[in-house]
Design a protein around this ligand. Sequence first.
Ligand SMILES: Nc1ncnc2c1ncn2[C@@H]1O[C@H](COP(=O)(O)OP(=O)(O)OP(=O)(O)O)[C@@H](O)[C@H]1O
Ligand SMILES: [Zn+2]
Length: 489
Amino acid sequence: MTDPNRLPDPNIVLYDTMQRQKVRFEPTTPGHVGMYLCGPTVYSDAHLGHAKKEVAFDVVRRTFEHFGYRVRFVANITDVGHLQNDSDDGEDKMLARARLEQLEPMEVADKYFWSFFKDMDDLNVKRPSINPRATGHIQEQIKLIEELIARGHAYESAGSVYFDVRSWPEYGKLSGRKLDDLEVGTREAVREEKRDPRDFALWKHAEPEHLMRWDSPWGVGFPGWHIECSAMSLKYLGEGFDIHGGGLDLQFPHHEAEIAQAEAAGHHFARYWMHNNMLTVNGEKMSKSKGNFTTIQDVLKKYDPMVVRFLLVSSHYRSVTEFSEEVFDSARNGYRRITEALANLERALKDAPAGSDAALNSKIDAHTQAFEDALRDDFNTPKAVAALFGLTTDVNAALNSGKVGRESIERALNAYRTLGGEVLGLFAADAQTAQDDTEVVDALMELVLKARQHYRLQKQYAQADDVRDTLNRVGVTVEDTRDGARWKR
Ligand SMILES: Nc1ncnc2c1ncn2[C@@H]1O[C@H](COP(=O)(O)OP(=O)(O)OP(=O)(O)O)[C@@H](O)[C@H]1O
Ligand SMILES: [Zn+2]
């Protein structure tokens, strides 16, 4: 178990997209971390790409908690304002889906909100401390837009309000884009409403057929996509909060717009920016619009959720994760190696002698240290997983060489449960499953070995060898000792 009295670790380093380098994390409030993560637009089932992002930031959160910080993790739900093609015109993604499924827009939002949380629960992603929805924060968004108008950074036009990018020279600082190089993607009609085609919508006038609508100082309308995140992160995390996260593809325009909206209104925004890289299929980003996606639920029909999570943490959050059957198979084997060592330890604990094994203890401590150092260095999960494999090799060697003292077994079990379980989140239901399986497997093996013994006593050696060969084929070896037959895998 993570020590609940551990003092906040001052040596956590993270890659800050804004500063374009690794920097040491220094919290605004000592011992606390405020994190905001851009959540899903709830109009369809989540795919494996979304899982990469959620698991990546779940590990960031768990790492801070492990290192003695109290984390407030805010992740929003976008249920209005995200227009198709991420631009300022086109239909709202929620409304398009509502039409397709013949549902109320809020029914669509709730349906996919719950399916998203079911997926995340399955993947053992911790629930956010606060999970604000855009439609529940219309007042906060209107207030922020009013502040921007008052300061001369936004203007009303035909019932919509736009952010005036020319009034804010820092626009582009996160993504490194120059205003003059930006493409202009909107239709002519929308362009005519804007002073500059690159201005983006803060509030949109709602046509009579538009179902999601609210009163505002500028008439009936709905908020733009970006404004919700500036308003809700500041509301729940306060000025100059610590970390803002999201997918690399959100850097522009979404995060750029979030920063401009908050800072131009006079607020201090996020102090560190973290972005996860993409999950790819044949080298291309998995995405809904490309149609090359596999939903999390479809993946879970075939693979254990903990194997999926293991696959995701086996690559770094800032690296691309390529998705294929082969990658899954190797993740399954890797994950099994670790859970089998855990099960072997649990089995060994039952009749472990008292005492401790100094050599094994120091190996366990060294692997724990390597694991923690890896995570301190920009949440390097592949290196942390390598430390778990190192632990597994040493644990297996010790168990195979004879009886290990109870204290050392408990120390190893604690390392697995803390590092693999609490920090990487890899043993959700499985810690239980591994234990249940162990009991079943033990009972079955006892029966099988009894049957083999019976054949041998009857001098039916061919049958006895057949039992042993069959077990060998599935990786179980049988040893005949003076105390009877023993098996191991
Ligand atoms: N393949 C992916 N790998 C990692 N993160 C992803 C991937 N696809 C989407 N995300 C992240 O999930 C969040 C929501 O993405 P979004 O709903 O736009 O998904 P999408 O499949 O890219 O949809 P669309 O193709 O319609 O843009 C974003 O933060 C995005 O960065
Ligand atoms: Zn956002």
